[in-house]
Design a protein around this ligand. Structure first.
Ligand code: ATP
Length: 435
């Protein structure tokens, strides 16, 4: 972890992980673009989540619901009425702040004046737009502020078509939009972001145990993917902090450079959502259990994580500055499953026969992994660049390779080098790069 947070922001920009949105126009605050390396990292984070949630389980299926939904959805879910944060404005400098995030609720952090805040008023965080060519009240729609509601409204569609039996889950990854009062800390809090949410429907009597299981599973997911355990903690919500629909909530928090902050929330949402949609839509969203001969509304456990926020935490956590053999280097010690580039193939020189062999080796590896060929600069500088973007393996093609058909594989973390025949390379990498 870097000592200051600008270090990672600079690295992210310099190496092409994350750029400010609309940068050539001076930048749009609180929206970001993911560059060639960032898009790979973000995608790998989402793929690992999908793998553990959907692919490796037979009780969870996926969904991709629309960003635009009927406004009725947000009436039923309570978002139109209460998805808001308390906002105050400083009478001195006109800065707006979220009261619950102020260190001193009486002092404006922008200008330092005290006692200058207006009374707090509730500010709804949903982005509003119009559907179709007429900008009238009847045509108002909202950009979804979470992916979860699309899951609840499809509960019956999915249960029926995928023939799911309790307990089962529906997982979704997608964009969400919140008109945050105080976005900031790079991609930690933005107005457009991606979520990874799963709703696990279960028997009401099992909900408390299932909730604990998901808290453990989700906590372990971060550690399994290499996040430093000491930088993670579970924090249970106090009863007065709980959302009105939740029976219990844990946050998985990460030790960000500014302090502990949320990566993911796991909530026991009881039967609140299905009941609310059932009442508003008039559709039957109950579940009939044949074995028990009972009809009831399932309870739901929701692990809700941010894909962009989690990606940022993995970047921070992987950042390492170290001294090796009298030289200092920066290395992103990302788990190889998350690393944007798995293998860099580097010819020792730009001589054409070396480049030709390099391209051949790279082409064969591309079938399975994200590969980069880098021809520029000295080999030392190229290794350093790959370390800085977290590439687990560098394969070097040298002059001997043309004679003996062998290449050198360098390990990012140990910097140890193995010489092996090109024909064994794919097997070697398969052994060293888990899916
Ligand atoms: P916060 O208290 O930080 O505003 P929240 O408790 O409202 O977050 P949830 O509604 O539980 O957040 O959303 C689930 C996850 O979505 C969060 O844990 C976070 O990772 C992500 N998330 C929420 N808001 C944002 C945002 N504005 N930018 C990036 N990620 C976000």
């Amino acid at each position: 972890m870097p000592t200051d947070f600008d270090t990672i922001v600079n690295l992210a920009k310099k190496r092409g992980f994350i750029f400010q949105s609309s940068e050539i126009y001076g930048g749009l605050r609180s929206a970001y673009d993911y560059g060639p390396l960032g898009v790979e990292l973000l995608r790998n984070v989402k793929d690992q989540w999908w793998r553990s949630m959907v692919r490796m389980r037979d009780d969870i299926v996926g969904l991709d619901s629309a960003i635009l939904q009927s406004p009725e959805v947000w009436m039923a879910s309570g978002h139109l009425e209460s998805f808001s944060d308390p906002l105050v404005e400083c009478r001195e400098c006109n800065a707006r702040h979220r009261v619950d995030k102020l260190e001193d609720p009486d002092t404006c952090p922008t200008c330092g004046n005290s006692g200058t805040f207006t009374d707090p008023k509730e500010f709804n965080l949903m982005f509003k737009t119009h559907m179709g060519p007429v900008e009238s009240e009847e045509n108002v729609v909202y950009l979804r502020p979470e992916t979860a509601q699309g899951i609840f409204t499809n509960f019956e569609n999915v249960r029926r078509t995928a023939r799911m039996k309790l307990p089962f889950g529906i997982a979704q990854i997608g964009k969400a939009f919140r008109n945050e009062i105080t976005p900031g800390q790079f991609v930690f809090r933005t107005r457009e972001f991606e979520q990874m949410e799963m709703e696990y429907f279960c028997y009401p009597d099992d909900a408390a145990d299932t909730f604990q299981e998901w808290v453990d599973l989700r906590h372990r997911w971060y550690i399994d993917l290499g996040m430093t355990a000491e930088n993670l903690r579970l924090r249970e919500h106090d009863p007065d902090e709980l959302a009105h629909y939740a029976a219990a909530t844990y946050d998985i928090e990460y030790r960000f450079p500014w302090g502990w902050d949320e990566l993911e929330g796991i909530a026991n949402r009881t039967d609140f959502d299905l009941k609310a949609h059932m009442e508003r839509s008039g559709e039957d969203l109950t579940y009939f259990d044949q074995e028990r001969d009972e009809r009831f509304i399932p309870f739901v456990i929701e692990p809700a994580a941010g894909a962009s926020r989690t990606t940022f935490a993995f970047l921070l956590d992987a950042y390492t500055e170290e001294e090796v053999r009298g030289e200092s280097r920066v290395v992103l010690k990302l788990d190889s499953r998350l690393a944007p580039i798995k293998v860099a193939v580097l010819p020792l020189s730009k001589k054409s026969d070396l480049v030709e062999t390099t391209q051949k080796v790279a082409a064969a590896l591309r079938e399975k992994w994200q590969i980069e060929v880098d021809l520029t600069q000295s080999i030392g500088r190229r290794y350093r660049r790959q370390d800085e973007i977290g590439t687990p393996y560098c394969v070097t093609v040298d002059f001997d390779s043309l004679e003996d058909n062998q290449v050198t594989v360098r390990d990012r973390d140990t910097m140890a080098q193995d010489r092996l025949p090109i024909e064994n390379l794919a097997t070697y990498l398969t052994d060293h790069l888990p899916a």
